[in-house]
Write a protein of this length. Structure first.
Length: 269
């Protein structure tokens, strides 16, 4: 997930440290949502060393440059193992929902974030010092070269075969739709990524169902994402699983279960 306003580099990396040291793979949004904290350190001893944090992140992802110079995570890394365990829990939820649909006539669906939930941005983060730059990130998005988060295409395929509709919901800008959709398809997602199934942030022409979108865009990430999930529900779906790498992907309701994908690289409020 991306938003237009990112934390400054120091705060981002400090928050990343907290996540790197406290990653648990928790499936539900809860008290940890505010784990990044805003307190001012009283001394340097309270501040993690950024170099050491980056080393821990690299070790967690098992990252290394491939023959093209792109940094890729390892499928045998602790990151991959943790993601697999979370996906296994989500798969069980999808299986139960497909076998026992509700009696209200709504169709089962899952909602997935994009950045670091379905597409891995480790290569971008590594090359940009785990800091956000709008121009650099847009170039990265337009290149459509992200690999899939390990195991996620298989989970999506499983859901689709069980009759569960798949929706993608991202903070990426609407201008990045074509490249993002192409990347999802290239990365192995064999489900529709058209406008009916892929929601991107459009501040210029916000949809009518987002009351915070007009006359001026005032939507927080939670407003935008929960409001879009409500819209999906209003179209006749029951969201049985909502998956995201940020707590703001999961807050706001409109899903039976939420699944937090680990991401120690950045924190988005």
């Amino acid at each position: 997930m991306r938003v237009d306003m990112r934390l400054m580099r120091t705060l981002t990396k400090t928050a990343a440290t907290a996540a790197a040291l406290a990653v648990t793979g928790a499936a539900l949004y809860g008290a940890g949502a505010a784990s990044a904290g805003d307190s001012t350190p009283k001394s340097d001893k309270e501040i993690p060393n950024i170099t050491k944090v980056e080393e821990k992140i690299d070790a967690y992802y098992g990252g290394a440059a491939d023959s093209t110079g792109a940094y890729q995570a390892s499928p045998t890394s602790n990151y991959a193992k943790q993601v697999a365990a979370i996906e296994a829990r989500a798969k069980r939820q999808i299986t139960r929902a497909a076998a026992h649909p509700g009696h209200d006539g709504r169709k089962p669906a899952i909602v997935l974030d994009v950045d670091d939930t379905t597409l891995l941005t480790y290569d971008y983060e590594k090359k940009n010092g785990f800091a956000y730059n709008a121009t650099a990130f847009n170039a990265y998005v337009q290149s459509a070269r992200s690999i899939a988060v390990f195991g996620m295409p298989e989970l999506v395929d499983y859901a689709a075969k069980k009759g569960v509709t798949v929706f993608f919901l991202t903070g990426r800008d609407a201008s990045q739709r074509e490249a993002s959709a192409a990347n999802l398809t290239r990365a192995g997602y064999a489900v529709p990524v058209d406008t009916a199934h892929f929601f991107l942030k459009d501040k210029t022409n916000p949809p009518a169902y987002l009351s915070c979108g007009k006359p001026k865009w005032t939507c927080s990430t939670v407003d935008y994402k929960s409001g879009t999930r409500k819209h999906i529900e209003d179209m006749g779906y029951n969201i049985v699983a909502n998956m995201g790498d940020q707590y703001t992907d999961l807050a706001g309701g409109h899903a039976d279960k939420t699944y937090k994908i680990p991401n120690p690289m950045y924190f988005l409020p």
